[in-house]
Design a protein around this ligand. Structure first.
Ligand code: CTP
Ligand code: MG
Length: 393
């Protein structure tokens, strides 16, 4: 089953800014990321979400790129419309080719959505076709007239506050949105569109922390921010050595460098990627490369080491973390690394979807001392700086 999250972020956040020059609310800082970055990360890190489709305002492309830096499972952004409903429709239309089974439609302005709520709406929608998180109302509810005079007291036991994510069968909700748009109708949420189209919607228990950041006061209160774990910095180190064997090239950082020898090893013997993999796993306190890819297994014979380092990076993403920086020192007398430095950096940046400025490659000889100095092989040491949600474990 394919489940895709559509996150609508094409609004201008006028109420939250109240005339200030701050960026639109979805691009304001939160927990070391931005509001939108936090929202996307919550879905991208969820094991039952396959991809995330964000809908943005055409003027916010640069803000968007910065906000989602380092996040995975993202489709290219769709451009939103004049109101929320038009933006949702743009997000749904962008998924027409892959037509997921379920779609979860969510406000970018609700960054505190919990994994449990995401699982809850998926389970309910998978069974019933549509799901809506709701909260009971604590206060007594009054209907008032235009002059502000009470005309009626409503029965709050029959009333609920609607949140997002709202989940639907993709095929059903996309048709409902198309029909509503063709009829020129305007609804404030997707459960309204579904209700109008006669689709089933099951209510699941919402989450009081899952507020929609709406006013300046919502940004001043710290309560919701502490409800979600803070990201804490962790540093991991890695080290690897491979000896030389006859050959005509060595592979370092995924780049083949012509040389009078090759490196011998079970896989492609890429010391740079092996040291990096261990550095990232070290930051996660999650074992080492040999633990996850045992050399005893023939599966990894001659393997492309890209597999190892992308595996480690995915484990960071799956835990809601980000890679801030990777630094490698290669130790060898030859070949010269300098001429290949930028190619290696670019290759690692591309394989991990990280900006080039976060990847450093350095090299040194060991003054002809030790095994590297005698030209018996190449060593690499690496440091990974990552940020992970603080789960106090
Ligand atoms: N949204 C959207 N496209 C629009 C309007 C709103 O994608 N044309 C999104 C917002 O970015 C937000 C969500 O819908 O994530 C809920 O809307 P709201 O909280 O009202 O956000 P804004 O419209 O941005 O804020 P305001 O109404 O205060 O200007
Ligand atoms: Mg609005």
């Amino acid at each position: 089953m394919t489940n895709i999250a559509v996150i609508v972020a094409a609004g201008m956040g006028l109420r939250a800014n109240a005339g200030s020059t701050a960026p639109p609310k979805q691009y304001r800082p939160l927990n070391g990321r931005t509001v939108l970055g936090e929202t996307v990360a919550a879905f991208a890190a969820h094991p039952e979400i396959d991809a995330v489709q964000v809908v943005i305002h055409p003027d916010h492309e640069d803000l968007y790129r910065h906000a989602v830096e380092g996040l995975e499972r993202l489709r290219s952004p769709a451009m939103g419309g004049a109101d929320r409903m038009a933006s949702v429709k743009a997000g749904l239309d962008a998924l027409s080719k892959e037509a997921p089974e379920l779609v979860l439609i969510h406000d970018a302005a609700r960054p505190f959505v919990s994994p449990a709520l995401i699982s809850g709406v998926i389970a309910a929608a998978a069974q019933r076709g549509g799901a809506l998180p709701v909260l009971p109302i604590r206060d007594t509810v009054k209907r008032i007239d235009a002059a502000g005079v009470v005309s009626e007291t409503l029965d709050r036991d029959t009333l609920r506050l609607a949140q997002t994510p709202q989940a639907f069968r993709y095929e059903d909700i996309v048709v409902a949105h198309q029909r509503a748009a063709a009829d020129g109708l305007s609804f404030t949420d997707d459960a309204c569109v579904a209700e109008w189209a006669g689709l089933p919607i099951e209510c699941v228990t919402g989450d009081p922390n899952n507020i929609k950041l709406t006013t300046p006061a919502d940004f001043e209160s710290t309560a919701p921010a502490v409800a979600r774990p803070q990201l804490i910095t962790r540093v991991g180190t890695g080290f690897d050595v491979h000896g030389f064997a006859p050959g005509n090239a060595v592979i370092l950082g995924g780049v083949s460098i012509p040389f009078s020898k090759a490196l011998k090893g079970h896989s492609d013997a890429d010391v740079v990627l092996h040291a990096l993999t261990d550095a990232i796993l070290g930051g996660l306190a999650d074992g080492d490369i040999g633990h996850h890819f045992p050399p005893s297994s023939s599966t990894w014979k001659d393997a492309d080491s890209t597999t190892f380092v992308t595996f480690a990076a995915k484990r960071v993403a799956d835990r809601g973390g980000i890679i801030d920086h990777l630094d490698v020192t290669v130790l060898c007398e030859a070949p010269k690394i300098g001429p290949h430095r930028d190619a290696i950096r670019q290759n690692i940046a591309a394989m991990l979807s990280l900006p080039l400025g976060r990847i450093s490659i350095k090299a040194t000889t060991t003054e002809r001392l030790g095994f590297a100095g005698r030209g018996e092989g190449i060593a690499a040491s690496a440091t990974a700086t990552i940020r992970l949600p603080d789960t106090h474990e």
